[in-house]
Design a protein around this ligand. Structure first.
Ligand SMILES: [Zn+2]
Length: 231
């Protein structure tokens, strides 16, 4: 196997390793609770709290209504007892009864609206509970799959790194040094030659360069400095 073919093989292994490392990092970043799950959980607790508050407001309104009803009954009992004969006192009591009735009507109307609101919130809360359960179920399955994928990718990565080290060990240390140096500058150190052109920089090679590249020797592109590989 020519030295350039060995270097190309090494480079291809390194490309595969880099892409797998990227995929692994991306997979690991998806481990844990998803944004969708957190949002669904938040929606559920917000609705739960809103429903609790609405129920508490409704209770207060019902107490207020009950209180007004008792007061009104007390006044009506006085009004129709026949014990009060003073016209001014009677007028005052009648007026008080009217005010209480009006207040009660107002409170009852508020209570009715609050009752509807409580019901709506309760339905929304139940839908949110259902939705959260579905999201949690899907999320759990996704996480299980993700963990399996991460495990498989980690194992594959370990094998590839081993292969890469073995491939590198078969190449002369000085050649590796050159390869690493070009890599730091050009990211990829080996460029294929396609139709007489360096694939790294897309510049046509001179016939002398082509000839050298076709021989077993290690020829670098005069333009970009990459190691040329001819099929
Ligand atoms: Zn080049």
């Amino acid at each position: 196997m020519s030295i350039t073919l060995k270097l190309l093989g090494l480079q291809e292994l390194e490309i595969e390793i880099a892409s797998l490392e990227k995929a692994l990092a991306e997979g690991r970043s998806r481990l844990g609770e998803s944004r969708q799950l957190l949002e669904a959980r938040q929606t559920k607790s917000t609705l739960e709290e809103s429903h609790r508050q609405a129920t508490s407001r409704l209770k207060t309104l019902e107490w207020q209504s009950e209180d007004l009803k008792n007061k009104l009954k007390h006044i009506n009992d006085q009004l129709y007892s026949g014990r009060i004969t003073n016209p001014k006192e009677l007028t005052n009591l009648q007026h008080e009864a009217e005010v209480l009735s009006a207040n009660m009507a107002d409170i009852d109307e508020q209570a009715l609206r609050e009752m509807e609101n409580t019901e709506t919130l309760w339905n929304e809360f139940n839908l949110a509970v259902e939705s959260l359960a579905g999201i949690e179920e899907t999320w759990k399955l996704d996480q299980q799959q993700l963990m399996q994928d991460i495990q498989a990718a980690s194992e594959k990565l370990a094998r590839l790194r081993q292969k890469r080290d073995e491939a590198a060990a078969e190449i002369d240390a000085q050649v590796i040094q050159v390869y690493e140096r070009i890599k730091t500058q050009r990211s990829l150190a080996v460029a294929r030659v396609v139709n007489g052109t360096c694939e790294g920089c897309h510049i046509s090679l001179s016939s002398a360069q082509l000839q050298h590249a076709r021989s077993a020797s290690m020829e670098k592109c005069a333009n970009c400095g990459r190691i040329l590989f001819c099929e």
